[in-house]
Ligand binder design. Sequence first.
Ligand SMILES: [Ca+2]
Length: 365
Amino acid sequence: MALFKIFLCLYLFTNVELRRIYDSEEDLSSEGLNGDDNRFFNDLISRPSYRVIPNDPIALNQIQLGQVSGLAACVKNPKRLIVFQRGSREWTSESFPDGKNFAKDKFGVIKENTVLTINTKNGEIVDTWGNNTFSMPHGLSVDNDGNLWLTDVAMHQVFKYDTSQPRQLVLTLGEAFVPGSDQSHFCKPTDVAVSRDGQFIYVADGYCNERIVKFDSNGKYLTEYKMPANQRQLVIPHSLALIESLDIICVADRENGRIVCFNAGLESQSHEGQVQSIIRHKTIQTVYAIAYDQNNERLYAVSGGNKALGYTFSVDPESFGSLLTTWKPSENFGEPHDVAVSINSLQVFVGEIRPNRIDTFDVIN
Ligand SMILES: [Ca+2]
């Protein structure tokens, strides 16, 4: 009998997560903000007027876009978009022969400019730089002061650029071309999020680690977040969104097809690193990128695979995790890789790989 009870406990324990997904017949299941409160949201709570409608991709006539790995909306001008792209470099099976170490002797740095600032109105490139600097661009974020945060998965590093003139590299995290999983090394880090006051830096790490690493403004290691040992670990944490009003950092857990939100420890450290909520949707197999719209308490996400789609979730505490709407370009997505929302929340941009392009969407409220 005792043995039976143990098996029963084990069964229930290991199936909790599955049951949370499949017991409900609705499209969406999501755990509430309070970890003990497993609320389900069965319906699309969209307001009929809210839509995300496709516009034409941005037409750039001055440059041949490479793989668009990172996007960030300018924090001052709603018509400016910053792009991190790979130029002539492509990520292929030869890029990382052993999975971790980049074949840098074979490929070297990217000779073209990799960072572009685009006028989203007319596709004009208003600034371009970053040649002979990066090897495999990945994530791009902009902080509240306009600094750029870039990750290079080949270099296993994170870079902070002060973009006031003259442009300056002001902080580097990780050791160049040396993968690792300790306090001073990453393994193909994917994305960065920074608190509004600039005090805290979060790094999604990455293709070959399973963690979010937190640093102070000087780049001093503070702590790191992982899934609890008895739960499914992150599999390619690929994109970050810091929601300060809820004190959570959300991560696109790419290969698990879910968005996991950890307590970010901004207000107090007592629950820091605990999983606060998980957003899932049965049609999401993989999730590549997320972006937070603080004006409307929404989280934008793009999924991958042959049914790649854009999703808008509510992150209002009252309806957290509810699906508001889905969206895609007129000609479907190729491989969406990053998503950004303009500072006035009226446009959404998606950077893609194969085809290499930047999709634009208008938000109708
Ligand atoms: Ca980004």
